[in-house]
Design a binder for this molecule. Structure first.
Ligand SMILES: NC(=O)c1ccc[n+]([C@@H]2O[C@H](COP(=O)([O-])OP(=O)(O)OC[C@H]3O[C@@H](n4cnc5c(N)ncnc54)[C@H](OP(=O)(O)O)[C@@H]3O)[C@@H](O)[C@H]2O)c1
Length: 230
């Protein structure tokens, strides 16, 4: 996909020392420190939109908001809206309008799904979001990126998970910057997802990154990787 047709894509993930983003039961990703949570908000504040997959919304009960007043003020000073747009992707469209993300005040919500979304869900979601339903079984993630750029003028999007969504971005070579926090714990578990989820297959091609920054604070390792394009 041509870089001009999509936003810059940033991702932020926390992983354990054995490379897991969650347990095999897909429990919420709450294993890092308050410092890491604040860092996530600071990264969130740099984006025009936050992009999240259906299961992460369901598991982590996210509101996808930026409530920190100082960070909101910093955005306003740059001429940006106080909060980034909230973007959710789901092929099946099994989304519940009572979820926190649909009930909490904040920026506009945009849902990308397919015609598989049940009619009742469509009607229930419509008051809460812009609904884009593709006539396909699964959503090509490049269509989401080009719609974000073309319709919403999104220049920078932050993927906050989960691993299935991240994998789809890496597979089309659309991940530009990866923020990783390595927590000093080990989960184990063959079925616990890594950064690219639980799919057994390798990526079609190896994704290469350059380590741009590394900081160790109170046992946690904060890394920033930039994609290298061959
Ligand atoms: N450690 C961390 O930093 C971190 C960050 C985020 C999440 N997590 C953890 O990751 C786990 C969830 O993993 P997951 O891989 O299932 O999460 P996910 O990527 O958020 O959700 C997967 C679902 O999202 C939709 N989806 C993902 N990519 C899509 C794409 N390209 N196009 C259309 N729909 C797409 C699909 O929904 P449908 O099934 O509706 O089609 C898919 O089944 C949770 O335990 C969560 O806590 C950890």
């Amino acid at each position: 996909m041509n870089r001009r047709d999509r936003p810059k894509v940033i991702a932020n993930f926390a992983i354990t020392a054995d490379g897991k983003v969650s347990t095999r039961n897909h429990t919420p990703a709450t294993f890092t420190s308050p410092r890491d949570k604040q860092r996530l908000l600071e990264i969130r504040a740099t984006a025009d939109a936050i992009l999240v997959g259906r299961n992460t919304i369901a598991t982590d009960t996210m509101s996808m908001t930026l409530r920190d007043r100082a960070l909101q003020a910093r955005r306003r000073a740059k001429g940006l809206p106080a909060q980034p747009l909230r973007v959710i992707v789901s092929n099946r469209g099994d989304l519940d309008p009572s979820w926190k993300v649909f009930q909490s005040p904040g920026a506009r919500r945009i849902v990308f799904s397919t015609v598989r979304m049940p009619e009742a869900t469509r009607q229930a979601l419509l008051p809460h979001c812009d609904l884009h339903l593709l006539d396909a079984k699964t959503i090509p993630i490049e269509d989401v990126l080009s719609a974000l750029r073309g319709i919403y003028d999104i220049r920078t999007v932050l993927c906050e998970g989960g691993p299935t969504l991240l994998r789809s971005l890496i597979e089309i070579d659309a991940l530009d910057l990866l923020h990783l926090t390595v927590a000093p714990i080990v989960f184990g578990g063959k079925k616990a997802p890594t950064l690219t989820g639980t799919k057994p297959g390798f990526l079609r091609s190896i994704a290469h990154f350059h380590l741009e920054s590394l900081r160790v604070i109170a046992g946690e390792c904060f890394l920033r990787y930039r994609a290298i394009r061959q």
